[in-house]
Design a protein around this ligand. Sequence first.
Ligand code: ACM
Length: 263
Amino acid sequence: MRVGYYQFNPLFGEVKRNLDVVATRLGQVQCDLMVLPELFASGYQFLSKAEVDALAETVPEGPTTQRLLELAQERTMHLVGGLPERHGGRCYNSAVVVGPEGFLGVYRKAHLFFQETLYFSPGDTGFRVWDIGSARIGVMVCFDWFYPEATRTLALKGADIVCHPSNLVLPHCPDAMVTRCLENRVFGITANRIGFEARGGQDRLTYIGKSQIVSPRGRLLHRAPADQEDVRVLEIGPAEARDKSLNPYNELLRDRRKDLYEL
Ligand code: ACM
C-alpha cells in the first residue's frame, strides 16, 4: 500500500487557489492514501466566528469535499483533509474521508486548541475508522494527539493507520506521535503545513512542518523539513499494525488494565 502526505503553505481564505495547488501537485502522485493538513483550503488563523461562518462548508456538498471527490476519482486514491464544516447551525473543525468509491464520512475535531475554542464547536462524531480495502484508517486532527485516548480509541476500533491532518505550531507533536504509534501499534501519517499567519494584529503563528510517517514499531519512516513544501509517498504493509503481540507474554490491547484506569 502506498501512503503519503502533502505539506504545503495554504493562503488564508484563498480556497480555490489552495484547492488548485493541491490538485496540481497530486496530479503527479500515485498512491492509495494521501493525507492533507488541517483546514488545508481555508487557512487556520480565523479572527471571528463570522469569518469561520463565511468559509465553512457543508459536507459533502461544499467545494472542498467536491474537489477532493473529483481528485479521488481521477487519481484513484483515498484522501483525508481538513476543512471548516457547517452543520446544524454550528461550525466544526472537521476532516473528510473520500475515495474513488465516493464520500466515506467526516470526523469533527474533538479537542479544540487555543482560539479554535472561540470559533468552533467541539466535535460530536467520536473517533471513527473506515475500511478502505487496503487498510482500516482512523482520523484525528492536530491537537487530538495531546490526548492519548484519541489514538488509543482509534486503535481499539481497529485502525491500522491514523491519519492526522495538522496545523502544528508547538514543537512536541512529531516526536510524541512516535510514542502514540508505538504504544498503539499503528501507522501514523501526520500532514502538517508550513508558512506563517499573522492576521488582524494577532500573534504570529509559525507552522512547524515536519510532516511524517511513523511505523507501528515506532520507527520514523520519513520526516519532512520544517519550512519546505514536501509531497511524500512510501510503501507500507498495513498488516504490521494488526499484530499486537509484543512478545510471547504480552499482547498490547489485551493486557490493558481497564480495572485500574479511571474512566
Ligand atoms: C492545533 O490543534 N491546530 C494545534
